[in-house]
Design a protein around this ligand. Sequence first.
Ligand SMILES: *Cc1c(COP(=O)(O)O)cnc(C)c1O
Length: 809
Amino acid sequence: MYTLTSILAIIDHQRYRFVGLDLEIVDLAYDTRKIRHGGQSLFFALRSIRDGHQFIGEAYRKGVRAFVVSQADIDTSIYPEANFIWVEQVMAALQQLAQYHRMQFKKPVIGITGSNGKTVVKEWLTQLLLGDKRVYQSPKSYNSQLGVALALWNLNDDYDCALIEAGISQEGEMENLASMIRPDLGIFTNIGVAHASGFPSKQHKLAEKAKLFAQAEAVIFPSRYPIAPLLPDGLLQFSFGDKETDDVRILQIEREGRAHAAVRVAYQQEVATFSIPFQDKASIENVLTCLTVLLYMGYSLEAISQKLALLRPLEMRLQLKTGKNNCSIIDDTYSNDLASLQIALDFLFQQQQHRKKTLILSDMEGLDAKLRGKLLSLLQKQELDRILLVGERLQYLVSELTTPTQLYAQTEDLLFALKDIAFTDETILVKGSRAYHLEDVSQQIAAKSHETVLEINLNALEHNLQTFRSLLPADVKLMAMVKAFSYGSGSYEVANLLQFNKVDYLTVAFADEGVELRQHGINLPIMVLSPDEQVFESLLAHQLEPEIYSFRILKSFIAFLEARQITDFPVHIKIDTGMHRLGFMPEEMERLAGLLQATDTVRPKSVFSHLVASGSAAHDAFTEEQIQVFLQHVTQLEEHLGYRLVRHIANTSGIVRWPSAYLDMVRLGIGLYGVDMDGQLDLEMVSTLKTTITQIKALKAGETVGYDRKGVLYRDSRIATVKIGYADGYNRRFGQGVGKMMIAGQTVHTVGSICMDMCMLDVTDVLAHEEDEVLVFPDLMQAAHAIGTIPYELLVNISSRVKRVYFYG
Ligand SMILES: *Cc1c(COP(=O)(O)O)cnc(C)c1O
């Protein structure tokens, strides 16, 4: 389709150097970690968190022979076979190419924006249009400046329409996205109440989002958001809501039984009632958006009614689970297409815990000759150890692939064969379309679970990391705190993602935590906060870098290293500026420098201190003083030593509230996990603790519930028993109505004392059924306040017997 010379004609460039024959370009690359065989890739050296120009060498080694760059002085002689195009701005060039490609697509492009619900609306519309139209949708979360460009690149004539998401985080971003996407039809989902960071006001944010529709023919939106006045003249407005003027009028919404809602809608001269399989507000609004889109497209109320009844909630993609025989399983059995397969494979290769990688893959929809070729070349690029295929149409792959590949005609055949296949110490990606129900396969190879689970959303973790990064100047390093099992959310699973996202350092509390990370392929530098003599051997064996906090520990570590004739072992010096926990006192700098200078066993890499109350305005003067004391004494220490050290003092609240404390590096803890102690950022909660109702009983007024008859019932009640108790980390102080949980969006309270493995909830006033899912901490901050603690404690106390399930994608 494209060759390097045709691309040269599309993008504004300053100069170029081409060598050899014209190259055919299939893939756009920007991240060397995702390139496996780069022969047909065009690498864009983007300047974002890292400068892409630094990775040209690595891309070249991976086979890339075509580069778009902006840095003038690249030594091209070391890349004799590489082609270069110099442009002023690499991102702009990428977007220009994406825009050109999009304009070749002559069928409708639908652009979706809004604060929430974009992805759900996109996925549901795809579900709803399935069978009538071949829909292209941008892969999940590909909605940024870069993501949209990549999403558009994959668009081609095999599709009848395209759904593209546009996401922005600050003013001025939408114009670019709009000119790339050029939607024919626009969808506005909603505007969030929270976070106007990046925007002076909510109104500005709305105006910015409206820019997506500048060139569209029509836009669909809920009329309760004041977006109409911001839309360009001449644009057809098609709204839904409860106003007279709405095109689609919502007359009534009612709960219907346990899981459905009945929605009464008037459109033109007709009225109809739809039953939809959701009850929560957000899902209902998303359904209404989809319904309005279908009406706009000309579907009848009758036809829509049938389609809506079949909607399914979006299961989260890419679950990472623990398997039998020390395997890890990535379960992505919800849908199967090339784009999502690519994402799942990237996630597979992010996993460092096992060297061996296996793919179990089902047939995919619409696998025509062209897609067959693409699937083959995608698989050829992967370094897989084994492939198990399901579906006869995939037969062609068996002879073409060099990886050992086995074919099963149906899922049942694979299920039958599973008992004879030895899976050990490997990461297995199970990827299939819904029709193949490969979840049965992943269930068979997964370890059994207790029904209380902690769900860890790795996308949220990534989002939070980006949020903090965007606050930091580019030259400030970031250390991620993964102590205490990453604040309760996991060890290598979390560290893998942090390593992939190139944080600079990890920190654990104890050496064992670091050893665990090393054993699972984490090779980032790791600092250990509380080392003692017993673990010196282990520090050495696993390259863990101790915090040195006193003369006693320093001397014994020096002696230990001397005995083994080790030099230059990296250590981190802790200064006590007011916490009065661990650390050298400020007046000890000279003596400390003397000791450090007299030995070559240790080499200080950084010097740090900890803020006592960085989140508390009442103590701002003290924080200021801590920072000053730190700087002053570090300077003193450095003068004695004769060299500079990496300095760091800011924790999460320090990052949010004290830009003057960024220094050379920051230590990000609780914020990474989504707890916004300062209430200023748009963070996403990473972990969600869920349990289930085991039994419900009807009891009479006067009866009591639980130990010591503490839960006295003052009315006839329905009492639900759930599978979580204080042994799981649900504090006993949550008993007697102090704890709040949530069932299908409804708040309920505990009754009686919390037992070891269970507790009871009063569900008299709500809809609840046995086996329902229960959210244990609907509001973590509130829960912590209720029992006089802080969110940190609730998170780290979630017992290790509660299974962690990781989601990504
Ligand atoms: C835990 C810890 C942090 C992180 O603190 P948060 O408030 O969670 O960001 C930073 N530095 C040290 C020394 C810590 O022990």
